[in-house]
Design a binder for this molecule. Structure first.
Ligand code: ADP
Ligand code: MG
Length: 482
């Protein structure tokens, strides 16, 4: 009974510290809008960098030819080739391969990392079949999706601002990632030109727009989290400074209609993962995880939401329950002490276990924590913790999406009009794609925040591997032969 009381006390404290009532989400969204505005003004202390992408036109559907894409941004990287057939034939053929990055390369030297990537790419190019056609005398072209914060200097160059998501490579910050990749490709004897460097959010936005003209924003919920959206040029005070050099960033082909005026638009990569606010429900588990992370004090919003961290937060709560309330018996399971042993896909499997005796959950606990024969009560408690952590992440993600819709005036029916324009948000990332309870909670919360009327015009759409195809499309529209 004493143990039960202690378990209940810890759970109650966890529930309290992870709570996200709708009113709180609204104030978080407001704070995020304020931070977006600061970023757009170029305030050096702004938390959201609001990076201006050099994508001067989103795909139109006319793109054609053979293009490659490479997506580096988390535990895996993907290589892809696509044969585009123009407006009529669209995507004629596409092939991709996924390669996991050996963990030691994520914290090694940038030369080793890029050599590994270029070697895998070269191997992939060798398997190019008859269905793909490169016109005589042309160089293969590549769209490079690089999902870390980059200060873009042109459509095909940019310097790394910082690593996130468990990457930590000395000497790469401040370097041009395209020249690093290009040099590595040369070392492999691979003749290929990077014609577009894009963030995964921008790639997803481009891929989403190719399939649906009403896509206004893209959100990644994978190992990390981030978002990009289409902003009015006149809402970006800091952009004027860049005008002479990159006046072509305006997308003339896809003007953005807002009320009766037509404004030029620009794709903004928010880098929202670095959002931080005292409104965020930051628990002791978050604080310690952050403190012990590779990037303490940074990416706070990302650490509450994304796939790299959710399982780890659950582990820390279970550990607390083991320590303070002997949840797993008199001894604390040693395996539970190990950071990151509980991965988000395992958390998801436990969370989705709907069998009457939570059998899957039980065997996961056995495999991961080393505790056989857990009681049904312990299993229920574990599932409840998964639920609390996933729900908080999903609701915070929905608040972020809501803040973008607010920023562009797509959160309510405009004054004097009867309906809001159809508004599509493209979503991608393994967390959103595979963690069903997470993605349904994102959608339900977004509907709740928008209200019935506005939410009937908003669609959240899974853009599966949108960033890969999007990068290939952007490589096409920025081709040296175009
Ligand atoms: P990345 O974000 O690294 O570019 P993905 O978009 O494929 O790559 O996302 C991979 C991440 O998605 C994993 O790190 C993991 O956190 C999460 N994920 C993958 N599968 C699942 C799953 N079944 N359940 C929950 N999360 C998952
Ligand atoms: Mg990705």
């Amino acid at each position: 009974a004493e143990r039960k009381r202690r378990v209940a006390a810890v759970i109650e404290e966890v529930e309290r510290s992870l709570a996200t009532p709708t009113a709180l989400l609204r104030s978080i969204a407001d704070a995020m809008v304020t931070e977006m505005e600061r970023g757009l003004r170029g305030d050096i202390h702004a938390q959201l960098k609001m990076l201006i992408s050099y994508v001067d036109n989103l795909p139109t559907g006319d793109e054609h030819g053979l293009f490659y894409a490479l997506d580096l941004g988390g535990t895996n990287f993907r290589v892809l080739r696509v044969q585009l057939g123009g407006r009529e034939k669209r995507v004629v053929k596409q092939q991709y391969e996924e390669v996991s990055i050996p963990p030691h390369l994520m914290v090694g030297t940038s030369m080793e990392l890029f050599d590994f990537i270029a070697a895998a790419l070269a191997k992939f190019v060798d398997t190019e079949g008859e269905d793909f056609h490169l016109p005589e005398g042309r160089q293969r072209e590549l769209g490079f999706t690089f999902s870390f914060p980059v200060n873009q200097t042109s459509i095909s160059s940019g310097t790394l601002i910082k690593w996130t998501k468990g990457f930590s490579i000395n000497g790469a910050v401040g370097e041009d990632v395209v020249s690093e990749l290009s040099r590595a490709m040369e070392r492999q004897g691979l003749d290929m030109k990077v014609t577009a460097l894009v963030n995964d959010t921008v790639g997803t936005l481009a891929g989403g727009r190719y399939n649906d003209n009403d896509v206004v924003a893209a959100v990644i919920l994978g190992t990390g989290t981030n978002a990009a959206y289409v902003e009015h040029a006149n809402a970006i005070p800091k952009w004027t400074g860049l005008l002479p050099k990159s006046g072509n960033m305006v997308s003339a082909r896809t003007p953005y209609t807002w009320k009766t005026k037509v404004y030029a638009t620009i794709v903004i990569n928010t880098e929202w993962g670095s959002f931080k606010s005292d409104k965020l429900p930051l628990s002791e588990y978050d604080k310690i995880m952050d403190f012990e992370s590779l990037n303490p004090g940074e990416q706070i919003y990302e650490k509450m939401i994304s796939g790299m961290y959710l399982g780890e937060i659950v582990r820390r709560i279970l550990l607390k329950l083991a320590h303070d309330a002997s949840l797993f018996g008199d001894v604390v399971p040693p395996k539970l002490e190990q950071p990151f042993v509980l991965r988000t896909p395992d958390m998801s499997a436990m969370h989705h276990d709907s069998s009457h005796d939570l059998k899957i959950l039980g065997s996961k606990l056995k495999d991961i924590v080393g505790i056989a024969d857990t009681s049904l009560e312990v299993r229920y408690i574990t599932r409840h913790i998964c639920d609390l952590v996933a729900e908080r992440g999903a609701r915070l993600a929905a608040a972020g999406i809501y803040s973008i819709l607010k920023k562009i005036g797509r959160d309510k029916v405009p004054n004097g009009e009867s309906k809001m324009p159809r508004t599509v948000v493209a979503l991608d990332g393994g967390l959103y794609e595979h963690y069903k309870k997470f993605s349904s909670c994102v959608e339900a919360t977004l509907t709740d925040l928008l209200g019935e009327e506005a939410s009937s015009s908003v669609v959240a759409k899974l853009a599966n591997d949108g960033s890969g195809i999007g990068a290939a499309l952007l490589a096409a529209s920025h081709s040296q032969y175009a």
